[in-house]
Design a binder for this molecule. Structure first.
Ligand SMILES: [Zn+2]
Length: 178
């Protein structure tokens, strides 16, 4: 096939999916080692979480992070969910050794232990939502969380993580102080 032709590529993708999907007993084989699964939308999250259940959560209040296990193929997945700015699940296939270290001695990967770390990962992989509400609670909570994690974070860094203008961040900070 001609890979430069988008229609041919899309057509081939559909043909392959029609051939391969009925054989899948879980979604895992169709998920990359590091993958972004949007919440809602195309239904990929529903298929993935039909067999992947929570296996353990961090003891601290890290509500965005958990370890899941597929009940069908026993694959362990590290899962971060971001439902304020990006509306995605970010999933990473982990080895049984890594999953055991998380379950037995709470050895969670460093990169997602702060909310800022989660947003930093997303910034490189996904696109932020556009907010219709200028002072959307999701934005206010997130600014609060990332400042709690690092009080000296700059306005420019926050604007980049949230995908909004610096002036918008300043207005949020002013609003929160008033
Ligand atoms: Zn599976």
């Amino acid at each position: 096939m001609n890979y430069a032709d988008r229609n041919q590529v899309e057509d081939m993708r559909e043909q392959l999916e029609a051939q391969l999907r009925p054989a899948l007993t879980c979604e895992c084989p169709a998920v990359a080692d590091e993958d972004v699964i949007p919440m809602g939308g195309n239904g990929r999250d529903g298929r993935f979480f039909a067999s992947v259940n929570e296996s353990t959560k961090p003891a601290e209040d890290l509500w965005w992070l958990w370890l899941g296990r597929c009940q069908t193929c026993r694959t362990d997945w590290l899962i971060a969910q971001e439902e304020r700015i990006y509306d995605d699940f970010f999933v990473v296939r982990v080895t049984p050794e890594t999953a055991d270290a998380i379950r037995n001695v709470a050895h969670w990967p460093q990169r997602w232990l702060t909310y800022e770390g989660v947003l930093r990962t997303w910034r490189t992989l996904s696109r932020p939502c556009r907010f219709l509400d200028y002072m959307a609670p999701s934005l206010l909570w997130t600014v609060e969380d990332i400042r709690r994690g690092r009080p000296d974070i700059t306005v420019a860094e926050m604007a980049d993580l949230l995908g909004i203008e610096e002036s918008h961040v300043k207005d949020i900070l002013k609003y929160q102080c008033s």
